[in-house]
Design a protein around this ligand. Structure first.
Ligand SMILES: Cc1cc2nc3c(=O)[nH]c(=O)nc-3n(C[C@H](O)[C@H](O)[C@H](O)COP(=O)(O)O)c2cc1C
Length: 285
């Protein structure tokens, strides 16, 4: 049930895997773009095959092709392939223990650090003899983080289209100061998000992870404050079944949300983010 073929294009099959429920639309073959999106799964285990410059450049060109707020392009991405540096980064983030005992940072073919970057804009403004007034406003931080979300997803999809796999690494924000020092990230720039990419090791065996029911997140015309209840109840079973098939008994999405978002401890130290941003000059006022 959780397994979906790498070349699956049937909407019925892919929607069934994503929701484990009936779907309002039926038998059709999806185009490659949609099929790729619906087949997505995070990949955390890789072979030792390296990533070519050709593929890396192509992935980042896809990222740069994404929309950008006012075309400010306030991000930079640092590609790390040096094994010693990967190991140091992994350790700065808490090592394998902080990553479910997995080596997806140390063992990926490339680790991408997506940097929210107002250093470049500041240099451009200074070069014009203007003293920048807008650095550090929350709105600008949000603009940069939003652009990173959009661009990085383009990168991940591009990688997946090349037969690669990857996973976002929000754990990067466990230690923005250490990462900034390791990578020489200047004031005005902040390591926002990590991403591991590599050639998938088929032994990983994860499946397409189900999502909340469509009607729970798709509201028509106005917000439906009641939609969450039936959707979450249904999803609790779907989620448990998926993990049971993965060999994890009694998984609960509700429990994981309470643990992650119900207590400050669930933020694993990342509740200090405003201060961390300020250290890099993005004080988010
Ligand atoms: C912003 C962001 C940060 C994430 N950070 C991590 C992470 O640090 N470690 C990890 O194993 N997965 C991370 N993930 C991956 C999610 O756990 C994953 O997308 C989710 O469980 C759904 O699984 P799927 O991507 O296989 O569909 C992150 C995803 C996003 C979007």
């Amino acid at each position: 049930m959780t397994h979906v073929d790498d070349n699956e294009t049937s909407l019925r099959t892919l929607a069934q895997a994503r929701y484990r429920a009936s779907y309002p639309h039926g038998d059709e073959t999806l185009n490659e773009t949609l099929a790729l999106m619906l087949r997505h799964k995070s990949v955390r285990k890789y072979t030792s095959e390296p990533l070519s410059d050709h593929d890396l450049d192509l992935i980042i060109t896809a990222a740069q092709s994404a929309s950008s707020s006012s075309i400010t392009q306030t991000w930079t991405v640092i590609a790390i392939r040096d094994k010693d540096r990967l190991k140091r980064i992994s350790e700065l983030l808490g090592g394998r223990a902080a990553m479910g005992n997995l080596g997806y940072v140390e063992e990926c073919a490339v680790f991408l650090v997506w940097v929210a970057d107002y250093y470049r804009a500041e240099q451009v403004i200074l070069s014009q003899g203007v003293s920048p007034e807008d650095m550090g406003f929350l709105e600008n931080t949000l603009v940069s983080f939003t652009d990173i979300g959009i661009a990085s997803q383009n990168a991940l999809l591009a990688a997946e289209s090349l037969g690669l796999g990857g996973v976002y690494v929000g754990t990067l924000r466990n230690n923005p100061e250490g990462i900034s020092a390791e990578l020489g990230i200047p004031q005005g720039a902040f390591p926002a998000l990590g991403m591991s990419i590599g050639h998938p090791d088929p032994s990983e065996g994860t499946g397409v992870k189900p999502r909340l029911p469509l009607e729970t997140v798709l509201h028509h015309e106005i917000y439906n404050t009641e939609a969450w209840k039936p959707g979450v109840a249904t999803y609790e079973n779907t989620y448990r079944d998926y993990f049971a098939e993965q060999g994890v008994a009694n998984a609960s999405w509700i429990r994981s949300i309470v643990r992650r978002l119900g207590y400050v401890a669930g933020m694993k130290g990342r509740d200090k983010m405003q201060a961390e941003l300020a250290k890099q000059g993005l004080d988010s006022r």
